[in-house]
Ligand binder design. Structure first.
Ligand SMILES: *Cc1c(COP(=O)(O)O)cnc(C)c1O
Length: 223
């Protein structure tokens, strides 16, 4: 096995089976992704639409692609024909345009509500109340081709584990609230996407179902 597939394999060995690993290949060349693909790893995430669309074109079509970055609504059309899960949904407008583009593509698009749990101003995301408002609206009831399957969030960039774990706990609580209020009988709504290279262990302790790992698998990012 090559370097990247070794790194993915050793990650899989150290995380619980019920936690899904999403290797984040942003800024990395196709041959690194192909190395993993040849060893049977076929799920990857990217954070930029243009790079994601290009890699989709150039790489094997059985890769399951995740969009993890901030997504502008005018760019959804480029990834709607193939993307598996959009992690960072942070506006109702985005859901509506995803619905429209998914219909055009004849697909159902999966999405996660991104919550703003960090103390930094710059991180995107909803508050819990904003999501309640969307889910209570008549407009939301008309959405047909977007399937919301959970939540996503990013903790504050800090070395203070207590802060990170408090924020992940908060995200998990919001997930439970949404589940019991709106998705109780919906088996699809089960994902809590939290944890990156620096904080995935804490995230797993707090109930993560999906960790998004970039640099700990692919090495430092190219600029
Ligand atoms: C880049 C990125 C990751 C992975 O980050 P690492 O710290 O390199 O593991 C996870 N989530 C999002 C949204 C990202 O943009």
């Amino acid at each position: 096995m090559g370097l990247i597939s070794d790194n993915i394999q050793s990650f899989l060995e150290k995380i619980p089976e019920n936690v899904q690993l999403i290797p984040i290949s942003k800024t990395k060349p196709n041959d690194m992704i192909l190395d993993a693909w040849q060893n049977g790893f076929k799920v990857f995430g990217e954070n930029k639409v243009q790079e994601l669309a290009r890699k989709y074109e150039e790489l094997p079509k059985d890769i399951q692609w995740h969009m993890v970055g901030h997504l502008q609504s005018n760019k959804i059309k480029y990834i709607a024909p193939f993307v598996h899960l959009v992690h960072g949904i942070d506006s109702f407008k985005l859901i509506k345009i995803m619905d429209k583009e998914a219909k055009k593509a004849g697909r159902i698009l999966n999405g996660l509500f991104q919550l703003h749990i960090a103390s930094e101003e710059t991180k995107f995301g909803f508050s819990q109340d904003e999501i309640f408002e969307i889910l209570d609206s008549r407009e939301y009831a008309e959405i047909e081709n977007v399937r919301m399957i959970g939540v996503m969030g990013m903790a504050t960039l800090t070395n203070a584990e207590s802060i990170i774990s408090k924020e992940f706990k908060e995200l998990y609580d919001i997930y439970l609230n949404l589940k019991s209020r709106y998705f109780q009988n919906n088996e699809d709504f089960k994902e809590v996407s939290m944890g990156m290279s620096g904080d995935y262990e804490i995230a797993i302790d707090e109930g993560s179902s999906m960790i998004r790992i970039g640099s700990a698998i692919f090495g430092e990012r190219y600029k």
